[in-house]
Design a protein around this ligand. Structure first.
Ligand code: IMP
Ligand code: MG
Length: 176
């Protein structure tokens, strides 16, 4: 099987949308600062592009989590591979995600972070697949709602590949 990537969102569309999200975040947090939590590895490209466009003071931290599952489905049983370097107590925290799928991983993460006494806790995601949701999770800022297809690029991977594509694409498998 050969893999082909069909473009779903161009680099320009993604960047324009990120600029809008950054403007809204800056407006909502006017006069305050924001502590971005990048959820590794998929959110790294989105976090950089978003952070560059936010106009209130920004600090950054990174977290890495993995969810046990059968490969395509996350289970909600989450392991923290890398925790934050700094305390989030008293900070306006914004969790930056690449994609919300079932919502199981984030549901755990938001509860875990909420217990650490932040001043406020918000969630932003570049992509959302609402049809796949099994948990009740509030997303404050969504870039794009997309259909239930497996996407790569802009940080997202298929078997660790394609993270560096500057656009979001759907993986298609073709017979050779
Ligand atoms: P959830 O717990 O089901 O919401 O899992 C979310 C995680 O699954 C994301 O952070 C991604 O790492 C991964 N994921 C879900 N859908 C896709 C996709 O279409 N492409 C790449 N990774 C995905
Ligand atoms: Mg992720």
């Amino acid at each position: 099987m050969k893999e082909k990537i069909r473009i779903l969102l161009t680099e320009q569309e993604v960047n324009e949308q990120i600029a809008k999200m950054a403007a809204r975040i800056s407006e909502d947090l006017a006069g305050e600062s924001v502590h971005l939590i990048c959820v590794l590895k998929g959110s790294i490209f989105f976090t950089c592009e978003l952070a560059k466009r936010i106009t209130v003071p920004v600090t950054l931290d990174f977290m890495s989590v993995s969810s046990y599952g059968d490969g395509t489905e996350s289970s909600g049983v989450v392991r923290i591979n890398k925790d934050l370097d700094e305390s989030i107590a008293g900070k306006n925290v914004l969790v930056v995600e690449d994609i919300v799928d079932s919502g199981r991983t984030l549901s755990y993460l938001m509860e875990n972070l909420g217990a650490r006494d932040p001043k406020s806790l918000r969630l932003c995601t570049l992509l959302d697949k609402p049809d796949r949701r099994v948990t009740n999770i509030k997303v404050d800022y969504t870039g794009f709602e997309i259909p239930d297809e497996f996407v790569v690029g802009y940080g997202l991977d298929y078997a660790q590949k394609y993270r560096n594509l500057p656009f979001v694409g759907v993986v298609e498998f073709i017979e050779e």
